[in-house]
Write a protein that binds this ligand. Sequence first.
Ligand code: URA
Length: 432
Amino acid sequence: MRTLDLIIKKRSKERLSKEEIRFLVDGYTKGEVPDYQMSAFLMAVYFQGMDEQEASDLTEAMLYSGDVLDLSQIKGIKIDKHSTGGVGDKTSLVVGPLLASLGIKVAKMSGRGLGHTGGTLDKLESIPGYRIQLDETSFIRQVNEIGIALVGQTQELVPADKKLYALRDVTGTVESIPLIASSIMSKKLASGADVISLDVKVGSGAFMKNVESATKLAELMVQIGKRFGKKISAVLTNMDEPLGFAVGNSLEVIEAIQTLNGHGPKDFTELCLELAGHTLVDAQIAGNLEEAKKMLLAQIANKEGLYTLKKLVEAQGGDGDYILHPDRFTPAKYQKQILSGSTGYVHHIDALAIGNAAMLLGAGRAKMGDEIDHSVGIVLSCKVGDFVQKNDVIATIYSNREDVFAEEKMIAEAFCFQKDPTSSKLILKVVK
Ligand code: URA
């Protein structure tokens, strides 16, 4: 087999066999296929696509490029969730503890933030002492004992995706449905869960800009999951504004704690209930979504979700008192309010711009390995549909430097107003 022939085959819109896909993925992972040929192949896939069988074969080749976690030592149903990357997205911090408090096993490997999107690990590390690395034995023991572990992905899991993703990032081939689906699904399958819940973001701040393309991505991931014998559902959610009010690491942890106390933002709470609800139905713990949501609301009312988050933090070396007393998080040195320049209804809040402003403040990374500042970020004062008068506060910047002129401008410009009332729908579609 020759790499060149496979590039030409895909460029000519022909189907590749399982063996051909495995040849490319294995060869690239081992360093036998050079970057320039893999780049050409990825671009051919970007333009010509892949059918479901090819995407599934690509997922499988990536999945077996490294270790696959064996979670058979964990008793009970194991779940995992994944979001395609949002701004203000702290759902894992709420969904994980809520499900664990109901007896489901949450053995979750999360990622770090890059660019305008935040990462669960960075959020958790804003809690003093929290350790994101556990060896496999401790990881399994902790999930068996307290029902949940939230850790970083090991180097050995899906090495092909690490190399391929880095190459896609610099060759303009990230936004390809089969490449995104196989990248996400190989990691979800390698981490060994029985039930998988996916949150596919749609909108200006997301990879998928419209419902049609997001539906295709969701359907492909669900089909791949089913081929591997998983219970899987995907929820398409609107990213035409940040999720909740808080964007930035410790600010988002505080908002997650408020949500587990029953005082979370409406949209964020709704998304957590929807994602966790489908998991409960797929895991056959609840008969339907309505029943599942009632169970979850009860775990918020009796604070069991909150206590489970505290247990998780303590098990991983963090100070659990922060969960009961979030006022202990050190606030950023400067707070700057942003005032509205217009009167009207909020029609749209550009999540990408808010995410980028938070990154510039130090809450995120422009490139891998950048240091982040856990205390900084942005807290919105209004959401899409709210009526705002000129000079009302629309957001507050939390910063450790005094000059935030550039960020202030970006945030103010992210708000779009209109004269007439508007409303926004968060849950756009469910794919099962
Ligand atoms: N997230 C991933 O893990 N992979 C992609 O390709 C896109 C988003």
